[in-house]
Design a protein around this ligand. Sequence first.
Ligand code: 5GP
Ligand code: MN
Length: 336
Amino acid sequence: MEKIIRHLKNSEHVLVTSHVNPDGDAIGSLLAMGLSLDALGKKTTFYNKSKIPTVYRFLPYLERIVSKIEGRNREFDTVIVLDCGNLQRVGDLFQSPNLFLRFPVIINIDHHITNTYFGDLQLIDTTACATAEIVYRLIREMAVPVDKAIATCIYTGIFTDTGSFRFSNTNKAAFEICNEMVSVGVDPYNVAKNVYGTYSLGRIKLLNMALDSIELSYNGKLSMMTVTRRMLDETGTQPEDVDGLIHYARRIQNVKIAVLLQEYRNEGKTSDTSPKSKKIGGKKKFHVSLRSDGTVDVATIAADFGGGGHHTAAGFNTESSISDLKNRIFNLMFDV
Ligand code: 5GP
Ligand code: MN
């Protein structure tokens, strides 16, 4: 951590980024880290490739996050990558030609068990409940005062990544840090209201279709939910409306692994990295989410498919026909 702090203090222009299709931890950590660098007097660019889901629009300084890096604003000496198990999770930023004229140092801050230790400096703690927990510790070490805005971002990162203190990653630090954030002025009701507030009618209809799609493996230990592009089109919903649906599949009695197959959306319909579907011989692109009851390590399964994540929550992307994909996943049950 000392090395990272020394490096940051000597940096001039820092790019702070997190993973595509961001969740509360990816956005909360990004904002908290970026605002702290602002407080240190650094020139800071906040970047996330994807559109920010509506439920997180209440977060302070959200307008600072850009989805494109343009013009002269391309010279960074440091890039901080947050909440990403590997560098590809950022999107295609690092593939852009001539982006980094000064070949910056990459700092990797994360809590995923499958982290590849990419970058030049790493701050990885797989026991941290959220990347926001690690960012909090870094901010404290840098002696940046935690104001209400930073506190709200850290609180939201921990609150959402622990599933409101329900998931297995919920630790002592989650309560300690959140308690402190509340004493700085965070309003827990306001955060909860925004994150879990009202649903559009379309989202409720999508929930109905998603529940209807659930299939169980022959032994009842694996549940599979499928969300197609067509379902999104018919209900007028966005990929962000799929967040959280997998929990219904996870809560079925005796289920050890829940799987959500999410068909990628056509590119061009939305400006972000939304899932796209290209039919090549019946093959479609899917994002596959995996959740376990704790008795099965889904991070390993996801890694076998080229993805990653945590023991109880992981994911990967794949291109396959839907029937092949289902067969491959149902076959996993022979090993459980
Ligand atoms: P979700 O199913 O919500 O997309 O992701 C669950 C967990 O798995 C998250 O912690 C996320 O970072 C991780 N994850 C999801 N998709 C991928 C992927 O394609 N690659 C890697 N390395 N991790 C993923
Ligand atoms: Mn996280």
